[in-house]
Design a protein around this ligand. Structure first.
Ligand code: DC
Length: 218
């Protein structure tokens, strides 16, 4: 029987080091990397550029049903393109960061994203990072991790990246929405990396994943 690709789910709070570590883990294992936050950001950017009111859940759901997208895998990274364009830089703009958590709370958007994210399995073994990967997108995977760090430390990390953002507000919006809120998945290994470098965090993850894959004969 053909083996199902391995899915490593990395969830956690904003600025908990998910992206940095998920990329390092994917590289070390030779897996594909999927940033699901970038997919939500792409829809937020699309709504802003089409002047669709991102506070209007119905309008956002309609846009999400109709937009012309494609999943591509370039240099072992999955990207979502819209009308053939990947808005790599635009999705990091402040206005997109402001709109995205509103958009991510729309149930129809989450349904669409879940399907697209599950479709990424076509690219093979992968490390997928987000907020609901272990709880909602790939609840069946045995490889679930949840990263966190103290609010003060996470705020410091964002400031060092040149981003001034109220993370407490974003945590609250991500954790308290009705549809697939940020939660620790059952069976997830929790890593609080407040006092750790990304090298230490990724080493811990890689060693744990490799040991578990070996024990599972994968
Ligand atoms: O990780 P990020 O900051 O790029 O995520 C952008 C937003 O998308 C964030 O507010 C949470 C939301 N998100 C989500 O709800 N579910 C995911 N799987 C990934 C991101």
């Amino acid at each position: 029987m053909k083996k199902h690709p391995n899915v490593i789910a990395i969830d956690g709070t904003s600025a908990s080091g998910k992206s940095t570590n998920a990329k390092l883990v994917a590289k070390a294992l030779g897996y594909v990397y999927v940033d699901t936050g970038a997919m939500y950001r792409t829809l937020a950017w699309y709504c802003l550029s089409k002047r669709i009111d991102f506070h209007d859940a119905k309008a956002v759901a309609v846009a999400c049903r109709k937009w012309n997208t494609k999943l591509e895998c370039v240099e072992a990274k999955v990207r979502l393109t819209v009308d053939g364009y990947f808005p790599e830089k635009e999705i990091r703009l402040v206005e997109v960061s402001v709109a995205v958590s509103m958009i991510a709370a729309v149930p129809r958007v989450r349904e669409w994203m879940k399907k697209a994210q599950r479709d990424c399995i076509q690219f093979g073994n992968m490390v997928m990072e987000g907020r609901d990967i272990g709880t909602n997108v790939f609840p069946e995977t045995d490889y679930k991790y949840y990263l966190d760090a103290h609010l003060e430390e996470r705020t410091k990390r964002r400031v060092a990246e040149g981003v001034n953002e109220n993370l407490a507000d974003r945590d609250q919006r991500d954790s308290q929405r009705a549809a697939a809120p940020l939660m620790i998945a059952l069976g997830a290994k929790v890593i609080n990396n407040s006092n750790m470098t990304s090298e230490q965090t990724s080493c811990l993850l890689i060693e744990d994943i490799q040991a578990r894959l070996k024990a599972d004969g994968r």
